[in-house]
Design a protein around this ligand. Structure first.
Ligand code: GDP
Ligand code: MG
Length: 743
């Protein structure tokens, strides 16, 4: 079987073309070693079956991101019979930058000029014959979306695959051509794609330098002899400049713009959406609307505005899926204010999901013998635990539906662009913003959304920060602690009304501190420059959206539910049995977990909140919270925590620990599958250690205030001074290191 690879920029339509070509034969996996999607399928309309590989989207064949390395290694090592370079016809110049690099490899290439429908709609034209002559490889105009020209493309690629092709470069008549040919001669005689390797060596490409150290020495010498104009010997920049120069000189003439000013519909929309002042407010409104529809208990604030539907029981019933009385009872049992606004779609679906799992539990209870260990295992352990996870599925899917719409339409690229400048100061790019925002809902989809980050290390760091953004399941913990503060009733009682808010702010503040620490101490963590091109706006495609959702659902259900199911069984066992477990069920005070709690109590002792008599209960609650954060509250309830042994300092320290420590099992499992191998272990250690430190500092600082306000003040001043001094010191050291590097 012969094999073609699809290569091209992100958003050029590779996956759409792939789906058109392969129908439903696609197989999605990961490239070995990295969490980049690997898609393979078969095209069957030629004499021979053709295997199609959808390479990850890239802007260049440099060695900076896993996507780039995967793509270039595939083309160089796996030697596809033909590379189909997918090019977005509406963005020709920028797409051709990658094309000029692919052409340097000894491999048959055809260029699929995609989005011809959109080009025609804009009134622009591309003279394909001229483009083909300039590039020296076949160019075929297609529309992957409208399925036009794709069979012709495959025929031409099939023909091209029959002949070998040696690389060609647009740098031929430029100032670097002399060096290229000399470096080429210095490479081993039997090496394939010498031209490509030579150019990359001249660019100072790390992977090439490692592979060909001798040739690199020659390249270094030649470069030193000819320090190029204006770039201070930075040959990566020189080569890039020559490529762009060639592209703009030779290819500009193949595009005939209909509109002299070149203002497209997308440009017009962008005038508003990426406006200097309005961009961020518009974005906030959109995000607010999305979160409101997914998570709000009171849609359009109807209840808050007094438009409640309490007088209309049928409406309550319909919207909440719960009978009017049922709702009242539940609200009273939870001691909640009765809110009778209309729930959002997400909350509505979630409550239905809850009914399904509750019903399932009751069903099992109805025929299984009461009070036996296996009934408890099935109902409390498995159905209870897995049900808690399942109840998040509707909201997660809904959130992802909106995010996918924003992604597919091209808006998300703009958001990243808008946020980029602020985030860069913290060593992150604008694209990290979305995962963080989503972290307030649930860390699991947030970590998955980190996939859009190109840089592996940045992805790891973003995942590491996920716990700082208090997720929905942690909110009940803060609510519980707020009531504890109110019960203390000291002069600090006013804190109870703003406690939840303070915790959210604390999370964001610490996230900034963490990001800065990681930036300062991480090596080589320059965020890649923002070279994402803003794709033209598209109407999102239904099929595409559903495919995205299906992938997310599969991921969540399999990865999270297996871990949750297993861990709930373990927790169920530990909290229902004593060490003499053959003697049957026991109360939680006599269970194994209570004994573990006593040990843990001393582990957490320095953090203040386990010093009381019932300290072990907080320790156990924290540990059960690792399974699902909702468990912190339910464990406190089961154990009968009174809160009376906690001081304000203890409450804040307890909250901080639970916020920053390891998230729930589902999130840990997601972090594992979304991070690099090494990054994941660093992340685990980070969560473990940083939460301890932050909780420790918070406890002792606040505790000093509790002893006497001036002791607290002195300590605060000392800590601030220590931070400022170390920051100044580090900044100076970094500055010096930088100036040495350039000297
Ligand atoms: P990839 O990132 O290269 O895999 O790109 P996708 O296949 O995900 O496509 C990005 C966007 O371009 C999607 O919204 C597609 O619907 C759209 N798209 C892809 N091919 C075409 C095309 O031929 N014409 C038009 N108008 N849109 C297309
Ligand atoms: Mg794709």
């Amino acid at each position: 079987m012969i094999r073609f690879a699809l290569a091209g920029n992100p958003n050029c339509g590779k996956t759409t073309l792939f789906n058109t070509l392969t129908g439903s034969t696609a197989h999605v996996g990961n490239w070995p070693g990295v969490t980049v999607d690997k898609r393979e399928g078969t095209y069957k309309k030629l004499d021979e079956k053709v295997e199609i590989v959808d390479l990850p989207g890239i802007y260049s064949l440099s060695p900076y991101t896993p996507e780039e390395v995967v793509s270039r290694n595939f083309i160089l090592d796996e030697k596809p019979d033909c590379v189909i370079n997918v090019v977005d016809a509406t963005n020709l110049e920028r797409n051709l930058y990658l094309t000029t690099q692919i052409l340097e490899i000894d491999v048959p290439v055809v260029v699929a000029l995609n989005m011809m429908d959109a080009l025609e709609a804009s009134g622009d034209k591309i003279i394909i014959d001229d483009l083909q002559k300039q590039l020296g490889v076949p160019v075929i105009g297609i529309s992957a979306l409208k399925k036009q020209g794709t069979d012709e493309l495959m025929k031409r690629a099939y023909d091209a695959a029959k002949h070998s092709r040696s690389g060609s470069t647009v740098l031929e008549n430029s100032s670097v051509s002399g060096i290229i040919s000399k470096v080429k001669d210095a490479l081993p005689a039997d090496l394939e794609s010498k031209l490509f390797h030579a150019v990359k060596l001249i660019e100072g490409d790390e992977l090439e330098i490692k592979a060909h150290p001798e040739a690199n020495e020659i390249a270094m010498k030649l470069k030193a002899e000819q320090p190029d104009d204006g770039f201070e010997g930075d040959y990566e920049a020189v080569v890039a400049d020559r490529r762009y120069d060639y592209i703009s000189r030779k290819f500009r003439s193949v595009v005939i713009k209909a509109n002299k000013k070149g203002v497209t519909k997308s440009d017009k929309i962008d005038k508003v959406m990426t406006h200097r002042i309005w961009a961020i407010p518009i974005f906030l409104v959109i995000m607010f609307a999305v979160f409101h529809i997914v998570f709000s208990e009171d849609l359009f604030f109807m209840n808050a505005m007094g438009l409640n539907i309490a007088n209309n029981p049928t409406a309550v019933n319909f919207f909440t899926g719960m009978g009017y009385e049922g709702l009242l009872e539940e609200a009273m049992a939870n001691g909640e204010e009765l809110s009778l606004g209309i729930p959002s779609l997400g909350v509505f679906l979630q409550s239905w999901m809850g009914f399904l799992t509750d019903g399932l539990g009751e069903l099992f209870l109805s025929f299984m013998p009461e009070g036996t260990w296996y009934t408890s295992l099935v109902v409390d352990g498995i159905i209870g635990g897995v049900g808690a996870v399942a109840s998040f599925i509707p909201q997660i899917l809904l959130l992802f539906l909106f995010i996918s719409i924003m992604e597919d339409s091209g808006y998300m690229a703009r958001v990243a662009f808008i946020m980029d400048r602020a985030f860069r100061k913290f060593g992150l790019s604008g694209k990290a913003f979305i995962p963080m925002l989503m972290g307030f809902g649930c860390s699991v989809p947030a970590m998955m959304a980190a996939r859009t980050l190109e840089d592996e290390k940045e992805r790891d760091r973003t995942i590491r920060l996920a716990t700082c953004f208090s997720c929905g399941a942690k909110a009940p913990i803060w609510a519980m602690l707020a009531t504890v503060i109110a019960a203390i009733g000291s002069s600090l009682g006013f804190l109870s009304s703003i406690f939840v808010f303070l915790i959210y702010i604390l999370g964001i503040a610490i996230a900034i501190v963490f990001a800065l620490i990681m930036k300062l101490f991480g090596k080589n963590n320059e965020v890649p420059p923002f070279i994402m091109e803003l794709p033209a706006y598209h109407a999102p495609q239904f099929k595409n959206l559903m495919a995205h959702l299906w992938e997310k659902l599969k991921h969540y259900v399999i990865k999270a539910a297996t871990i949750i199911a297993a861990s709930t069984v373990v927790l169920w066992f530990l909290s229902n049995f004593g060490w003499a477990f053959w003697q049957g069920l026991v109360d939680i005070e006599d269970s194994i977990i209570a004994d573990i709690g006593v040990v843990l109590k001393y582990f957490f002792y320095p953090l203040g909140w386990t010093m009381g008599e019932d300290g072990w209960m907080y320790a156990v609650a924290t540990v059960t919270g690792l399974i699902a954060k909702e468990d912190v509250v339910s464990t406190c309830e089961i154990l009968g925590v009174s809160g009376s042994t906690l001081s304000i300092a203890g409450i804040f320290a307890f909250a901080a620990y639970n916020l920053f420590t390891l998230p729930c099992m589902a999130a840990v499992a997601t972090a594992k599958s979304e991070s690099t191998k090494k990054g994941f272990w660093v992340t685990l250690a980070w969560w473990f250690v940083s939460s301890y430190i932050v909780s420790f500092i918070i406890y002792w600082v606040l505790h000093c205030y509790e002893i006497a306000w001036w002791i607290g003040l002195i300590l605060t001043a000392a800590i601030i001074a220590a931070i400022v001094i170390s920051a100044l010191y580090l900044a100076r050291r970094i500055k010096r290191a930088n100036s040495q590097a350039t000297a």
